[in-house]
Design a protein around this ligand. Structure first.
Ligand code: SAM
Ligand code: SF4
Length: 429
């Protein structure tokens, strides 16, 4: 989400002022920091990074420094007080006003704070995406209304708002015309999408998926992130019926304990999750699954954690992001005692990671000997190698050339590692 937002900021500054990206902040005339406040220490990280920018501004006082994103939204004036050399502080709902803010600062050398949350029409103000190349991201919704008790997103990004179907389709057509083969639809809970369709009716996420899937030129369709409460029959059918929809689903569950799921306000129990996974796997046998987990939520007991381990053993995940709980300012969970000792959180995280890593290794291993279509993305870190992704989102390294970027190449998988696979093109280049 933030990467997408950053590329939109680049587009805006390019369009308004002809500014281009430079490699280091030392070379920049405008420095924009895009921040995330989902996990702990986000604020400290911002201030320590700002220390570096301060030194640049000491030498070149004319540069403009801006802090945007969710930390900016939450910290607001505190940033201006602690770091008075920052020219503007702007929240996620105000990106479209960036050119205007920069203009004002250049003209009057004022300090600006933009953390209001207007009824957003920010989608309407953004220039069309020029970044992305063969793989493009299209935001279909903003914000979140779920209010999970641990999460800052509803407070920093505001209420859920879906773009009209016609706007999403237009942007998808544009990126396809510009050469994209793969489109990823983005949002905090994309499957909660309810957008006004061209027929004036409300379209749900699966209806949107079917429409996008039919666009000529599209080879791969993905989406991030979905919520278990809003996986409906239409979405399950889409996995069965749309070959262009890739067999990968990130479906965060957070915990395997019904008691903790309730305290997190996730709106479902473990049995609901198991049923969903069964139905999804029936619909699409090669579906790869990934999830997010939080360990050490307030009052999580050994039994609760054992339930999470059991859920992981039963479901088997191709990949996952796991975190120790940290209280986030303003959230309901932060008002109850963060009473699981750090050492216990760390120990649980290590156990969970060990199990997840083992599953990833085993599921990766099962790919050896198969032929997979790999969309080539970029040069890999090891020399002479390129890397790309399988339909189920696994990274494949292979001997290749930069000229292959953006091609879909069939490869035989020859080896499997913890984070990636190794392949060889079936037909030599
Ligand atoms: N919308 C997605 C969902 O419902 O699962 C997740 C969005 S959140 C930005 C990304 C992940 O950060 C969450 O799934 C959760 O695992 C993690 N996270 C959020 N708040 C956290 C907290 N207070 N402590 C630890 N991890 C947290
Ligand atoms: Fe945060 Fe929950 Fe919304 Fe996901 S669904 S963004 S975890 S509040």
């Amino acid at each position: 989400m933030n990467e997408y937002d950053s590329s939109r900021m680049v587009d805006l500054m390019q369009e308004a002022y002809g500014l281009r990206l430079v490699g280091t902040p030392e070379d920049a005339d405008v420095i924009l920091m895009n921040t995330c406040s989902v996990r702990e220490k986000a604020e400290e990280k911002v201030y320590s990074e700002l220390g570096r920018y301060r030194k640049i501004k000491d030498v070149r006082p004319d540069i403009i420094i801006g802090v945007g994103g969710c930390v900016a939204q939450q910290e607001g004036e505190r940033i201006q007080k602690r770091a008075p050399f920052v020219d503007m502080v702007f929240g996620p709902q105000t990106y479209h006003r960036l050119p205007e803010m920069v203009k004002e600062i250049r003209r009057e050398r004022v300090h600006l704070l933009a953390t209001d949350m207007p009824e957003i029409e920010k989608f309407d103000h953004l220039p069309k995406a020029v970044h992305g190349g063969f793989a493009a991201y299209v935001t279909i919704m903003e914000g979140c209304d779920k209010f999970c008790t641990f999460c800052v997103v509803p407070y920093t990004r505001g209420p859920e708002l879906s773009r009209p179907v016609a706007d999403v389709m237009r942007e998808c057509r544009e990126v396809l015309d510009a050469g994209a083969l793969e489109i990823t639809l983005l949002g905090q809970n994309v499957n909660g999408y309810i957008g006004i369709g061209p027929d004036g009716e409300e379209w749900d996420f699966s209806m949107l998926l079917y429409a996008v899937a039919n666009l000529p030129g599209l080879k791969r369709l993905r989406f991030f992130t979905s919520h278990p409460m809003e996986v409906n029959d239409g979405l399950i059918e889409a996995f069965a019926e749309l070959p262009v929809l890739m067999p990968f689903l990130h479906l965060p569950v957070q915990s395997g304990s019904n008691r903790i799921l309730k305290a997190m306000h996730r709106g479902h129990d473990r049995e609901h999750y198991f049923r969903l996974i069964e139905r999804l796997r029936e619909a699409r046998q090669d579906l790869a699954l990934s999830s997010d987990f939080i360990v050490g939520f307030p009052h999580e007991t050994d039994e609760d954690f054992a339930d999470t381990m059991h859920l992981v053993e039963r479901v088997r995940f191709d990949s996952a992001f796991s975190f120790t709980y940290s209280p986030r300012p303003g959230t309901p969970a932060s008002k109850v005692a963060d009473n699981v000792p750090q050492a216990v959180k760390d120990e649980r995280l290590q156990q969970l990671l060990a199990l997840l890593r083992q599953q990833t290794r085993e599921l990766h291993h099962a790919h050896i000997g198969r032929t997979e279509d790999v969309l080539v993305e970029r040069a890999s870190k090891s020399e002479g190698d390129m890397q790309g992704r399988t339909p189920d989102f696994k990274i494949v390294h292979f001997p290749g050339t930069p000229g292959q970027v953006g091609q879909i190449i069939p490869m035989r998988i020859t080896a499997a590692y913890g984070q990636s696979l190794r392949g060889e093109p079936v037909e030599p280049a």
